[in-house]
Design a binder for this molecule. Structure first.
Ligand code: GEK
Length: 246
């Protein structure tokens, strides 16, 4: 198995031409380090997903981790699920991620059967679902397709089920946007990223990660048929919502 504990140096040296960010082998190698040093509160969110699982998962239901990467969210939830006859599905359309996720999940014994599927979230069928997690995944999907995905998830959820959506967000108000982006850059500097690394990564993500505003997320979750949308986490321009199926 390839290692996944290297430190992220992907954008350290000057790149003649910055290409769009891709979830390939190189990214998979450094992913845990990269996401912790780039997403404020990532570890707290991951550990709270276990608490959400304890609370929302019901016996005989399914749990989905969409855009699972190396399976951190799946592992956190799986460790907390005591309910009987639950099955978990960890989905990612990047082969490099799905393959390593399979290997990492297989290292831990569990009573919860877990399938890692290399597939596009847009093609997954949902049924009998008590909990779905989109942890920093929706932001990578075309904005025009986001509502349709949420509708299909909501349609497959059991009454009382929950959808967690964590995202980087933007702000209509320019000053609010600037303040939050400046604090995010400070967070990255504090985690050892140089100005060059920060600007090259930003350029690579420009066309790939398209953030919405908090208001857009709330409106879209409601349009998908979900209620009681709570923003349970926020740190600078990173938020997480929990939305409920009536
Ligand atoms: C974590 N949730 O550690 N279908 C399936 N997967 C996709 C799609 C798609 N259409 N688009 C992107 N992805 C993880 C972190 S990372 C967030 C999620 C980040 C996958 C993509 O391959 C990548 O693995 C993941 O979504 C986004 O809790 O890197 O900022």
């Amino acid at each position: 198995m390839r290692k996944t504990n290297s430190s992220d140096k992907l954008f350290r040296d000057p790149l003649g031409h910055v290409v769009d960010f891709m979830f390939d082998e190189q990214v998979a190698d450094v992913f845990p380090d990269m996401i912790r040093r780039s997403v404020p509160g990532y570890d707290s969110i991951i550990s709270m997903l276990g608490v959400f699982a304890q609370h929302y998962v019901v016996p005989g239901s399914r749990v989905y981790d969409l855009g699972c990467s190396l399976g951190a969210a799946t592992l956190s939830m799986r460790r907390r699920i005591q309910q009987p006859d639950v099955s978990m599905f960890a989905i990612d359309n990047a082969e490099a991620m799905a393959q390593r996720c399979r290997e990492l999940l297989a290292r831990e014994s569990t009573a919860v059967p877990t399938e890692v599927v290399c597939a596009d979230v847009r093609e997954v069928q949902f049924e009998n679902v008590s909990l779905v997690v989109l942890n920093f995944t929706l932001q990578f999907i075309d904005t025009g397709e986001r509502l349709d995905i949420l509708r299909r998830i909501a349609d497959g959820m059991l009454p009382g089920g929950a959808l967690i959506v964590s995202e980087k967000v933007t702000f209509d108000d320019r000053s609010e946007r600037d303040r939050n982006e400046a604090l995010h850059r400070e967070f990255k500097r504090a985690n050892g990223y140089s100005e060059l690394e920060i600007s090259q990564k930003r350029a690579a993500l420009e066309n790939v990660l398209v953030p919405d505003t908090i208001a857009t997320h709330r409106q879209r979750l409601a349009q998908a048929g979900l209620i009681n949308v709570d923003m349970w986490f926020r740190c600078f321009n990173f938020v997480s919502f929990v939305a409920h199926k009536p």
